[in-house]
Write a protein that binds this ligand. Sequence first.
Ligand code: PFF
Length: 454
Amino acid sequence: MTVKRETFGSQLAAVAAMASSAIGLGNIWRFPYMAGQYGGAAFIIIYILCSFFLALPIMLSEMVIGRSAHLGTFGAMEKLAPGTKWKWMGLLTVVTPLIIASFYSVVGGWSIGYLWKSLTLSFSASSLEDSTLVFATFSSSVWGPLICFVLFLAINCIIVLAGVRKGIEKFSNFTMYFLFALIVVIMLYSLSLDGSKAGVDYLVKPDFHNLTPKVFSSAMGQSFFSLSLGVGTILTYSSYAHDEGKLVSIAAGTAGFDLIFAVIAGFAIMPAVFAAGISPGQGPGLIFSTLPYIFAKMGLTSPWISALVSILFFLMILVAAVSSCISMIEVGVAYLIEQHGFTRRGAVLLLFFGMLGLGALCSLSFGPLADVHIFGVSIFSFCDMLTSNYLMTFGGLLFVIFAGWKMDKEEVRRQLTNGASGTFASRIFGFEYFLIRYVSPLVIFAIFLTNLAS
Ligand code: PFF
């Protein structure tokens, strides 16, 4: 079935869309607490290596497949490997982002709830335990988180409904500037606090003493999650890119912005954590328990600054989460439009109700459904673990194997070099192709096995 495809307006628009997909809760929420738990600068160095040698080849593979076929995951695999079972692998990567979008929207919804709490100045400064209790009470209640979740999902669906250029591209262009401006302001404020220097030292002085295999697999998992890899979002966005755009530049731009943002987020959060005298290894509760306590403590001396910083902070989280979530939804929308002849409106509506069901279960799994366990964990944690530890890694593995072993090498070369044939272009291509064909699959496979065994 031939459908007139939408495209991004320019190469810069493609970078902005992919970088906005990449920059999200993973950078602001996951990266700082992981750096906190796994040794500060040592983790950051390993993370950069993982991004370059493992994540970038997957990103390039997804881009090559998507732009070569100008179709979403299922259609691309069917077109590039006709008559094979690869298209069913493509279907798997349609399902994965929708599972992620469902539980990610629950956290996105919390950011709406916390934005509201910031606006109404209702954070508690009595103790960190108290702040943790406020979060536990909020997340385990029924209606508050559910309403915020539905609101978050609806905002996403409205943007996706507006289309690739009028919805996704426009929102992503705005997001990029907005997020960078906000995180820099918050970082400058955080660095100006008394006692913040210890947080800076923590992030710049590497501690290589506690490097375990877990640190490596966590750094890799984080770089996949942060760059939105293995789930077909980069593939689908690349299918909307023009043939003249340089994929290597788009990939480098996306990974570069994502990394810079994560590091600035680290410098925005850790100095404030140290200035408040809190341990850096707080784990996932960092954003919704620790930071509100810090904001409330600041409020004892300067209420307006505290209110402003917390409003900006949760607004930033909300915008970052939306720009990532729309990329996940677009994977399913492209599939339904291309393969089943849906209109964009019909596709968005169907997915909205699907994600509403799964997301509601994830939200309730903090409260009334807390005792429902799948493989020993809550519904939310199961969806998170299933996707982050297995499906994303598996998807990434499939994409590099497809680009490195199944696709025609000359087509891969054409996509990556845009037809340039000089020695420099050939060397760069040779290096990238080597990473795609050998290094990435082997290392990802090894880590996938480690995750299965643990
Ligand atoms: N990269 C996003 C983040 O860092 O929050 C998360 C994400 C987006 C994961 C899109 C997967 C995805 F398809």
